[in-house]
Design a protein around this ligand. Sequence first.
Ligand code: ATP
Length: 497
Amino acid sequence: MIKEIALGVVAALFIVFLWQGINVAPLLFLAGMSALLYFLLQTRSGFNSKNFSLVNNDKAHNLVKFEQIGGQETAKKELLEALDFIRYPHKVAKMGIRPLKGILLVGPPGTGKTLLAKAAATYTDSVFLAASGSEFIEMYAGVGAQRIRQIFAQAKNLARKENKKSAIIFIDEIEILGGKRGTHLSHHEYDQTLNQLLVEMDGMSTDKGVRTLVIGATNRADLLDNALVRPGRFDRIVQVDLPDVVARKEILKLHVANKPLDANVDLDQLARETFGFSGAHLESVANEAAILAMRERQERITQKHFHDAIEKVMMGEKLERKPDKAELWRVAVHEIGHALASERVRPGSVSNVTTTPRGKALGYMRQSPENDSYLYTQQYLEGQIFVMVAGAAAEEIILGNRSTGACNDFEQAVKVAKQMLAAGMSALGTVSLEDLPKSLLHREIQQIIARQQANAEEYLSRKHNLIVELAEILMHEERISGEFIRTRLQEEQKCAG
Ligand code: ATP
């Protein structure tokens, strides 16, 4: 309003000057320069350029409650405990406990950190402001610090406006602005931003009106500056891990609650099959299954839709491209190699084999679920490498050479071999991978993999005819079941016996 009146007055003055015959060119020049200067200052300070996503109490975050977050029991428990500091400030003050200022949620992407922060705001009836670490960093020095001041002020103002007693500021990817000081190239800007955050957090307890809590989320807590994680700043570090089998079932249950399911859908089995999936992956599985059912004009989502959805989330969308016959033959041989090796180390483990191209893979062998394990023995890891290199071994035996199709298998095999070295399972004994000369590390990895390659070639060369037979069937059928492979293996063993 004031801006409009001022503009009106200036315009009127110009008209009067013109009327009086006064030369207004210098004034016009001066006004133009002032406008330009004003614009530059505005952009630099970031006043207009950023609006942090405000999710206040009316719609969005109020929809998220702790009950709608599957699993994460430990994280929820720790968070709830910390939030009681906000909910019951008098109790806390009576005990002489200093209020919590920050909670750090640490975990891989898609595990529900944002959901937990939103649920925290609902639980404490707070206003909720969300921003990502990258939103604070710009090329102009001082902008980040300005934005930090802005978000803290915004949180307080909003809480007062909404008559709330508390505000939660959620900063995702906090490692971007809270990284160790002095490590960035343009470190002055980064350091200033982090310093401002520390200043704001230190000043939080002096504001009696609105209690503010900062929730930070990261999957790289190791990158954070020590000053940020010291007591009195981010007092609590809550681990938000990938869900285990029970949590996966719970998350799936939450995401299928609004979907029409066929009676054959078995969530226990789906939970077992999705080891390593995050909450976001599971949400995507439920969604993709519903899309597949709709594409087929089915009224209900079946177990098969879920299986296809898991494959899609794991490997990517089915590709239209059809490889030529020679390529298809190679893919079939390669996948049968993996499948026979998998049955060798873990009988009953193959779920199915297919030559349908998906994502980056031209075909793949899927193993049936194992129990969630977090510890692996040397024998298990060697078995894994044996299965990984068996695709290339089958190509070598049947086609006389290898192809680039095995690149990903070898990358995985190297990872597992490194894991073995780190766990002291190699001939080198207990070693520190960082201190090991590169050439020695390389030689040891090569030896571990070469042993399994020799084992795979030895085993598969005894299965020459079976590989050819199964690969021919796979080429024509596009998919064969683990059951079929097991039957043929048994028959072959009987004949050999
Ligand atoms: P990022 O680190 O990538 O920001 P995040 O850990 O913050 O990820 P969210 O954004 O909270 O993850 O989760 C993404 C989506 O995944 C949610 O909207 C929800 O649909 C689903 N999801 C994740 N975890 C859970 C869970 N524990 N229960 C139910 N749904 C979940």
